[in-house]
Write a protein that binds this ligand. Sequence first.
Ligand SMILES: NC(=O)C1=CN([C@@H]2O[C@H](COP(=O)(O)OP(=O)(O)OC[C@H]3O[C@@H](n4cnc5c(N)ncnc54)[C@H](OP(=O)(O)O)[C@@H]3O)[C@@H](O)[C@H]2O)C=CC1
Ligand SMILES: O=C1O[C@H](COP(=O)(O)O)[C@@H](O)[C@H](O)[C@H]1O
Length: 491
Amino acid sequence: MSETPRPADLIVFGGTGDLSMRKLLPALYHCDRDDRLAPETRIITMSRGGLDDADFRGKVDAEVRGYVPADDHATWQRFLGRLHHVSIDVGGQDTEGWSRTARLLAGHEERDRIFYLASPPMTFGPFCRELHRAGLVTPASRVVLEKPLGRDLASAQRINDEVGAIFDERQIYRIDHYLGKETVQNLLVLRFANAFLEPIWNSLWIDHVQITAAETVGTPGRRGYYDHAGALRDMVQNHLLQLLCLVAMEPPSRNDRESIRDEKVKVLQSLRPIVGGEVDRFTVRGQYTAGECDGVRVPGYLDEPDSTAPTEASRRVETFAAIRAEVKNWRWAGVPFYLRTGKRMPYRSTEIVVQFKDVPHSIFPGSAPNRLVLRLQPSEGIRLHLMAKEPGAGEVALKPVPLSLSFAETFTSRVPEAYERLLMDVLAGNPTLFMRRDEVEAAWRWIDPILHEWEAQGAAPEPYPAGSPGPAGAHELVLRSGRYWYEDDLA
Ligand SMILES: NC(=O)C1=CN([C@@H]2O[C@H](COP(=O)(O)OP(=O)(O)OC[C@H]3O[C@@H](n4cnc5c(N)ncnc54)[C@H](OP(=O)(O)O)[C@@H]3O)[C@@H](O)[C@H]2O)C=CC1
Ligand SMILES: O=C1O[C@H](COP(=O)(O)O)[C@@H](O)[C@H](O)[C@H]1O
């Protein structure tokens, strides 16, 4: 039986940004529609845009409507009624914004108070300090920090210190929305609730692993954020490394937040550092130029529509990154983990491909190694590529055939968006699927030398046309060891 939701005030800092409009507000609407928000729960958003409640509701009505089902007018109106907006310039000595926030929150100190920081990471410290100064942190407060936490190890440590000066670690929820995706949670179930995989889940049987997060979207309107992030900080440091951890981790002793997080940290600490001259051999960076994506002609990164003009930072930022990583431990010695992510790729797909080794001695011509594909999105599912005999008499002819599990076909209930799950976990005070400080910092420790080398070189990334599967260097990265990317699983 589901618990009755408790009334809460959810304060979303960065409430007019891309994340809020595309993901958070649609997810909250779905929660509302499923009666998972208490009637009194309010969503108070903040930005510098000078909007009031009515302006903001109008903006959401116009912009978020496209991301949610248009079937329930009454629920939509109820949802709009929960929204409030405070115009505030954090870090800009804005006292009026904080006074208005205090007036809105006054009298509701007993409620759960969630501060969701959906804003650039450099605003996290100032926001927490100003929040504390305004006297708005209650014992029932929690703070959610979006990724990437900082832009390198030093800034991540500083932000962790700054936020930690105001909130206890138990009140801090470091979000990586990939951990809320159904297939990602299913990866743990697949590995640790089935006996057959564990004996072959190692370097004796596995040749290599590919983790791809390909997007068709570009970065229109996000130059302010993206020029200072790039694909390595935006996707690899967090989402892709989290996926790598879940594939590579040892079986935890319990399904609880500390046991799982302990095992993930061990993987991050076992990653072989990529330093100095190795960076050119083991990493690739690209930036999209104009091309055709999803059948539409789109501009290159530098010509994306934005309120600010491209700068030198825009020219150097990567919208595609690929890395050959290695986990230096007994289980994974010699097994490359290829990671890649890119904007304006030919398809939207996030997949983990586990490529097994070939049979030690083949008695049939045309055999190919088995491959396990975990598809995170779209159409979540698991596929195992096996060899089978083509029916017929005469010579045995082999054919690779997939054994497929589609979640949509197997389970009738709607697969919730990752943010729905995670927002509900924050409201319920459950931090299991959130990252611990040492985990985030261990990821930065591995990423830092790559960033430093790229920055020291100062070179522009390799161009690739929008709608293509990334720069030529990405193919050379895998080809050097006689491998290739599995595009056919993704398309
Ligand atoms: N977009 C996405 O799909 C995802 C984004 N994220 C993370 O979420 C964060 C935000 O990303 P995104 O939404 O794309 O960024 P945007 O640039 O689109 O939005 C940033 C938001 O923060 C507000 N803001 C920035 N500085 C201040 C300030 N000093 N005072 C008040 N408000 C401020 C902006 O409002 P205004 O400028 O009007 O003040 C805007 O609402 C980033 O850390 C990103 O990594 C994480 C997962 C997915
Ligand atoms: O964190 C981010 O994720 C999105 C991709 O998320 P997905 O759930 O659609 O795979 C990405 O577009 C964005 O740049 C990044 O900040």
